[in-house]
Design a protein around this ligand. Structure first.
Ligand SMILES: Cc1ncc(COP(=O)(O)OP(=O)(O)O)c(N)n1
Ligand SMILES: Cc1nc(C(=O)O)sc1CCOP(=O)(O)O
Ligand SMILES: [Mg+2]
Length: 208
C-alpha cells in the first residue's frame, strides 16, 4: 500500500466553488503529500462524479498525489483512483475493502474508539476522525470532539488518523500532539484568498 499523504483536500461541494482551481493551486506546493478526496453532493449523478474524479486523477498523476473518491466506490474503480472513503451511511468498511481490493487505500470515518477499532479490523487503512471543530461546510454533524476525541481514537488504533472538521493551520499542533497523522480540510483551502499559500501553511504546520 502506498504511504499516505498528510494533507487531505476534500473537494468543496458548495455552490459557486471551483474545486479544480483550488486543486491546481495546491498540487505544485504539496505534491505527493496531497491526498485529494473527490466528494460530490448526494444528488450529483454518477456521471458528474465520474467526470470530476477522472479530472482529479489526471491532475494528481502529474504530481504523484493521491486521489480517493468519497462514498462511490464504483467511481473510484472506474477512474483508477487509489481508493475511497466510507462513513456510517456508506458501505461498511469490510464490504468496501472487498469492493476495492486488498491494496487500495480505504478510509473510514470514526468518531470514537470502539467504531474506530471495528473499522480497522474490517480493513480500513486510515481513519477520518472528527468533527474536531464546528464547521459550516457540512450539516448534521455531532458536537465537536476536539483534540481529546482525536487522542482517544488515535490511542485505540494502529493506522493513520486524519483529523477533520473546521481544521485550520492553527489547530494542527494540538491535533498532532493528540496523535493525528494528518488533517483533512475543505474550507481552509477552498475558502482561502490564496490557496497555494494556505497549502504551504498547512504543510508547514504538519512538519512536511
Ligand atoms: C477524511 C474524512 N473523514 C471523514 C469524512 C466523512 O465521511 P462520511 O461520514 O461518510 O460523510 P460524507 O463525507 O460522505 O458526507 C470524510 N469524507 N473524509
Ligand atoms: C466532509 C466532512 N466530514 C466531517 C466529519 O466530521 O465527518 S467534517 C466535514 C467537512 C470538513 O470541511 P471543513 O474543513 O470546511 O470544516
Ligand atoms: Mg460518506
Amino acid at each position: 500500500m502506498p504511504s499516505l499523504g498528510r494533507l487531505h483536500l476534500i473537494t468543496d461541494t458548495r455552490p459557486g466553488r471551483d474545486p479544480l482551481a483550488v486543486l491546481r493551486a495546491a498540487l505544485p506546493v504539496a505534491r505527493a503529500e496531497l491526498v485529494v478526496q473527490v466528494r460530490v453532493t448526494d444528488d450529483a449523478t454518477d456521471r458528474e462524479a465520474y467526470d470530476l474524479a477522472r479530472r482529479v486523477v489526471a491532475l494528481c498523476a502529474r504530481y504523484d498525489a493521491t486521489c480517493l473518491v468519497n462514498d462511490r466506490l464504483h467511481v473510484a474503480l472506474a477512474v483508477g483512483a487509489a481508493g475511497g472513503h466510507v462513513g456510517a451511511d456508506d458501505l461498511p468498511a469490510g464490504a468496501a475493502r472487498r469492493v476495492l481490493g486488498a491494496t487500495a487505500v480505504l478510509g473510514a470515518t470514526a468518531r470514537e474508539p470502539g467504531t474506530a477499532a471495528e473499522a480497522v479490523a474490517a480493513g480500513a487503512s486510515y481513519l477520518g476522525v472528527g468533527p474536531c471543530n464546528a464547521t459550516s461546510t457540512k450539516d448534521g454533524l455531532p458536537a465537536p470532539i476536539g483534540p481529546a476525541g482525536v487522542r482517544a481514537v488515535a490511542a485505540a488504533v494502529n493506522v493513520p488518523v486524519v483529523a477533520i472538521g473546521g481544521v485550520t493551520a492553527a489547530d494542527v499542533p494540538a491535533l498532532l500532539a493528540a496523535g493525528a497523522y494528518g488533517v483533512a480540510v475543505v474550507g481552509a483551502l477552498s475558502g482561502a484568498a490564496d490557496p497555494a499559500r494556505a497549502t504551504a501553511e498547512l504543510l508547514g504546520a504538519l512538519g512536511c
